[in-house]
Write a protein that binds this ligand. Structure first.
Ligand SMILES: NC(=O)c1ccc[n+]([C@@H]2O[C@H](COP(=O)([O-])OP(=O)(O)OC[C@H]3O[C@@H](n4cnc5c(N)ncnc54)[C@H](OP(=O)(O)O)[C@@H]3O)[C@@H](O)[C@H]2O)c1
Length: 238
């Protein structure tokens, strides 16, 4: 297990969905900045996060969580009882296999899978684990610019888009229910990035997005209330 806040440690993040892509890059970036990272992976396979943990055994700890399994989330909460994280961040998310598919075409099964993974499950993660975050801390979720209803002038990625809009809406409800909560709440739009989900045609590399995302999160700490921000810290219209 990683050490507690000593030896120049800058903070601690519980990062959900850190096996690859943007989540793995966030884990690397926080370690680079001197933070302790508890990162979750969905399954039992070895991932690149395990490699990072081997390089930084006193900084990175790996726990298992499938965000679509409420029992898993509760078990993680019990396992982490008594510990404290400056940031709780849900990065885990997915997309339908054929992102050109419209809402007219998607199967009910796939719609449910993407909606449960991207909207319901991140909120269950936040609702169940939020007690691990002190009043000075930050609770964040990886949203997407595609979740913006006002910016949807061109359509496309209909199924995915709707799940991130729903996620944003649920996070607004969470913020409304916690109006007196001193913690910072952030929905992040990282830009369109080349990952397994973003695909090879995305304009941004992971390195062009994630260091900025992490800086935006750190800059929001200490400011209560909910913001929907892009990687440059600019407000995204709801
Ligand atoms: N790439 C982009 O252009 C872009 C743009 C805007 C927003 N985003 C958002 O950024 C986040 C990360 O995306 P990415 O591009 O890095 O995609 P990715 O490479 O496909 O990675 C997705 C991550 O989510 C995890 N995950 C998926 N379902 C999960 C579940 N049920 N339980 C736990 N973990 C689960 C995956 O774990 P496994 O390795 O176990 O599958 C993986 O770590 C997502 O929320 C995505 O919607 C991405």
């Amino acid at each position: 297990m990683i050490k507690d806040m000593s030896d120049g440690v800058q903070g601690a993040i519980l990062l959900v969905g850190a096996s690859r892509g943007l989540g793995l890059a966030m884990a690397r970036e926080f370690v680079k900045k001197g933070w302790n990272v508890v990162g979750t992976v969905q399954g039992t396979d070895r991932t690149d996060l395990h490699y990072l943990a081997e390089q930084h055994p006193d900084r990175v700890e790996i726990l298992q969580l499938d965000i679509t399994e409420p029992v898993d989330i509760a078990a993680l909460r019990d396992r982490l009882a008594g510990r404290s994280f400056d940031i709780l961040f849900n990065n885990a998310g997915t997309a339908n296999k054929n992102q050109d598919e419209t809402i007219a075409d998607v199967s009910t099964e796939e719609f449910i899978h993407v909606m449960v993974t991207n909207a319901l499950s991140p909120m269950r993660v936040i609702e169940t684990l939020q007690q691990l975050v002190p009043p000075t801390g930050l609770i964040g979720i990886m949203s997407s610019g595609q979740g913006s209803v006002s910016d949807n002038n061109r359509g496309g990625h209909e199924v995915y888009r709707g799940t991130k809009s729903a996620l944003n809406q649920y996070m607004r409800s969470f913020a409304a229910r916690h109006a007196d909560d001193p913690r910072a709440l952030v929905l992040i739009a990282p830009g369109w990035v080349r990952t397994d989900l973003g695909g090879p045609d995305a304009p941004l590399s992971v390195e062009e997005s994630i260091p900025k995302v992490v800086d935006v999160l750190l800059a929001q700490m200490g400011t209560p209330g909910l913001r929907y921000l892009d990687r440059n810290g600019k407000t995204v219209p709801w």
